[in-house]
Structures are given as structure tokens and as C-alpha cells.
Design a protein. Sequence first.
Length: 283
Amino acid sequence: MADDFAVTAGTGTTIRAVEKTSKKAQVVVLDLGGAGAESLLTTTLPVSIAAAPVLVAGTALIGKVGIDQATANANEVVVKSGTVTTVTAVTGITNALPTGTNAIGKLAANSGVDIGDVDVTSITAGENHLGEVGHKTTMTAITFSLDTNIYADGDVLADTQVLAACLRVNDGTGVILDAIFNDEDDQGIAFDVLILNANTSIGTENSAPNISDANARTIIGRFPVTTLDWYDLGGVRIANIPNIGIGVKGATGADDIYIALVSRGAGTYSASGITGYFKILCD
């Protein structure tokens, strides 16, 4: 059946209609073509929609939004419904972390509290150790100051003198492994070696020892150099004393220990006639 049908009213008028389930539905024509023109609208209604509002930075958003790059204000972003497809430039965002920021991940040193892979080049050396750590062995020289007059058995051969910087750290500890002495006056006389952890006198050189009970507490070890230990090289003698094994501790606040000698014979020396080296395994 045809869409249009005739209606007799007076002289007669034709009304446009469409067939809908055996009934006619009138067709309403929107005038889109201007005065006197007929343009039947059959698909999309051309409606003009105003531009989306602009959201200032800091506005809270809920839902799925997109970003319109064409904004005149660099501090604003135009937000419309939809999906973000392309962002060509974003400014005003930095990656700097203020001091004290807690962070997890790979960070540079001094950026706060760091956990993870951290740059350690700026960490200073200290005394905290993790794992197995080796020891440092020191070889420290000493030249004893002596009296130039003849000594008697039992006299102070060399009063307390410093073995400087022989330990790894201040107040450090260690073990004397061995020592070697040079008798440059070729005397070959025996003497006792006293080890002290403070600069306390044991008496006057070329006189019998005279030390108080309190000062004697600073003596932390003793070992002998016998006449049999000396090895004659013509104008000089040497005595190597191995396996001494005396534990030592540095003077308070220092990495030094102190040495004194007591003569066990009658010898005559020059002012610096006895020199030596001490080998110490430091903790």
C-alpha cells in the first residue's frame, strides 16, 4: 500500500504518511531548506553542542576523562568525556624529591630515606663491617734514645718511648707478631722489652727501674732479647724475635703503644745505637 493517501475535505488535500502496522502515521516535515523549500530529515539531527568547560589545575575529577591540548592557558587543561589518545606536551611536573622524602626503588644518594639500589659513591668510610673482613699488618720503626755511659745489669736501658701509629685505629687492638732489633754499636748485650699502653716512665736511664704501682698497671707485656738472639754482621748485630704473640691495646684516644728497655748486661751505646721494627697484626 502506498505511503501517501488522499483526504477529501472541501476540494480535497493530500497528507503525507507512512504505513505502520496497518495504520497510517503522519510524516512531519522539518523546514531545513529555507522558506518555501522542503527538505525531509531522515538520518542525523544536526544539533550544535557548546564547547566543553575548562577545568583549572587542582580540580577533583571522577570518571573517564580525556585531555584537550588546544587550551590557551598553560596552567589549565580542558577536560571532556572520552579517552585520552595523544598528549604532545605536559609541563610543570618535576621528578625532584625534597630532603626527607621516603622512597622505594633506585635512587641517587642523599635524596632522603632510600631503600633499594642506591648510589654509594658518596658514603664515607667507617668502622661498620658486613661479612668477612681481613686484617691489617703494620711494620713500625723505632729508634731508641739511650744514655751514652756504661750501663749495669738491671739498669733502665731506654725509658718509655712511643711506637707511633702502629695500630689501625685509635684505641685499637692487635697482636705483636715479631720484632727485629739492630745494635749499631755491636754490643750484643741482652735486654728485656716492656710494652705499655700509656706514656709512663719506668725510671731514669742508666739507673735501676723506679715505677709506681699505678704506673706499672700500664705494662701490658714483656719479652726478652738474649745474647744468643744476636747475629753478628761485623760492625753491627741484629736480633730477630719471632712468634712473640703479645696482645696490645692503644693508648687512650691514640693508635700508639709505648716501649721501654731494661739492660741485662754492661754495655756502652751511642745516643741512638739501638733501632728496630715491630710487626703487629691489627684487629
